[in-house]
Design a protein around this ligand. Structure first.
Ligand code: DGL
Length: 263
């Protein structure tokens, strides 16, 4: 029995990362863990995230004995990555806003960072902007509504495009917004609704996220592992015994999770 990859988020956003990992490692066993009991992270006090995530990942690591852990959440990574790495004796792959690839393609040099309210104000984002996009204007907008829309989309609910238009307006109406040509999807939930964002945009925009980079990182760390010949019945776990994952079951199955549990 191979040790699994543990891919973690507050909710279903990390499935965008799962999709990219599955493309490179189609048969690697994955345990997907969502902290539904404490979702959403993006509106929480960063100190709470910094205390909770290492403790929870410690428990999950004991239970599932993963090969490595992917924190498939920008909010948790920008706040708690160092604390998690200090607490756990395991390879931890984090998720950081894809400002570097965005700066590589932006022609107008105006980049929007769309994340959670907690992520967009993190010093980590300031550092990425200074290191990789010093010649760019960086606009930031935090949207909890977009996280909710992505969750709803995965439950199979219809989302009106007007809502996406309003969220993009949070960037486009800022000074410099008229020149913005590239938007960093700095929350793992957002690539799940990229098509809706593109459809709602008043003009073509480049949407950039880090999921392929994370998948390459995971493939590199596990390059010596001889994965099984065929995919197995992978498990998705949700924290909070009263959380009802049933509405998510079809979407989870599309990402290869045919077993669902709550903890
Ligand atoms: N998916 C998470 C992220 O990448 C955040 C969603 C939430 O607010 O819980 O930031």
């Amino acid at each position: 029995m191979k040790r699994p990859l543990l891919i973690f988020d507050s909710g279903v956003g990390g499935l965008s990362v799962v999709g990219a990992v599955r493309k490179l490692l189609p048969t690697a066993p994955i345990v997907y863990a969502a902290d539904s009991a404490f979702y959403p992270y993006g509106t929480k006090d960063p100190h709470e995230i910094d205390a909770r995530v290492p403790a929870l990942l410690g428990r999950l690591a004991e239970r599932y004995d993963p090969e490595l852990i992917v924190i498939a959440c920008n909010t948790a990574s920008t706040i708690a990555l160092d604390t998690v790495r200090a607490a756990l004796d395991l390879t931890i792959v984090g998720t950081v806003p894809a400002i570097k690839p965005a700066a590589a393609i932006s022609k107008s040099r105006v980049i929007g960072v769309l994340g959670t309210a907690a992520t967009v104000v993190q010093p980590y984002v300031d550092r990425l902007a200074a290191d990789f996009a010093a010649d760019c204007t960086i606009l930031r907008h935090g949207s909890h509504r977009l996280v909710e829309l992505a969750e709803a989309q995965l439950r199979g609910e219809e989302n009106p495009l007007d809502e996406y238009r309003a969220i993009l307006g949070g960037l486009l109406t800022q000074p410099g917004g008229a020149e913005m040509d590239t938007v960093v999807l700095a929350c793992t939930h957002f690539p799940l609704v990229e098509a809706q964002l593109a459809a709602a945009a008043p003009r073509p925009l480049n949407f950039v996220d880090g999921k392929e980079g994370i998948a390459r990182r995971v493939a590199w760390w596990t390059r010596d592992i001889d994965w099984p010949d065929a995919p197995g019945d992978d498990l998705a776990v949700f924290t909070g015994r009263d959380f009802d994952p049933a509405p998510l079951a079809p979407a989870l199955a599309r990402f290869g999770f045919t077993r669902i549990a709550t903890l």
